[in-house]
Design a protein around this ligand. Structure first.
Ligand code: HEC
Length: 141
């Protein structure tokens, strides 16, 4: 049996050791893992402008990206892989609501530059290492 004093030392020692391990792992994630998994070196000005357009136009009001957002419209993390850049640009620049399957995508009518910036952002997101997200669907179509 530990004495009260030993138990206190054990508790405090354990807390300090594991807190230091926690800080070390957090530092490792922030300084090494995240820049590597997000390809930080590819974060161009176009990607940043695209992200701002993505936010200010409330795309997550209908879509999800990296799993976050609303479930009205398709997941956009890998949309460039799935549909190709040209398709995405048409969806973003068209003046007609885009609704091949009934639900309407807003007709933003973005300019070519704006559409390029948003596709740059979506390409950057699509190239992130997201540990396998989004998973391949298991259902047959
Ligand atoms: C009012 C809801 C709504 C908002 C807001 C919205 N979308 Fe959409 N979007 C849709 C719907 C619904 C579709 C699916 C249309 C279809 O193909 O049937 C879609 C389709 C798309 C597609 C094609 C995806 C695919 O897999 O076919 C892209 C790319 C896209 N949206 C990008 C955006 C971007 C970027 C924004 C913000 C600037 C945005 N959307 C805002 C509803 C929305």
């Amino acid at each position: 049996m530990l004495s009260k004093k030993q138990a206190r030392a054990f508790f405090l020692g354990g807390t300090v050791v594991f807190f230091l391990i926690f800080l070390g792992l957090s530092w490792h994630s922030i300084s090494t893992e995240i820049p590597e998994q997000t390809n930080e070196e590819n974060l161009t000005d176009a990607v940043v402008r695209g992200k701002k357009l993505f936010d200010s136009n409330n795309c997550v009001g209908c879509h999800t990206i990296m799993g976050e957002g609303a479930y009205y419209a398709p997941e956009l993390t890998k949309v460039i892989d799935r549909k190709g850049e040209a398709y995405v640009k048409v969806v973003l620049t068209t003046k007609e609501p885009w609704a091949p399957r009934g639900r309407k995508m807003v007709a933003y009518g973005f300019t070519d530059e704006e559409a390029n910036d948003i596709t740059a952002f979506l390409t950057w997101v699509g190239n992130m290492d997201l540990n396998g997200f989004p998973a391949e669907p298991t259902i047959k179509r």
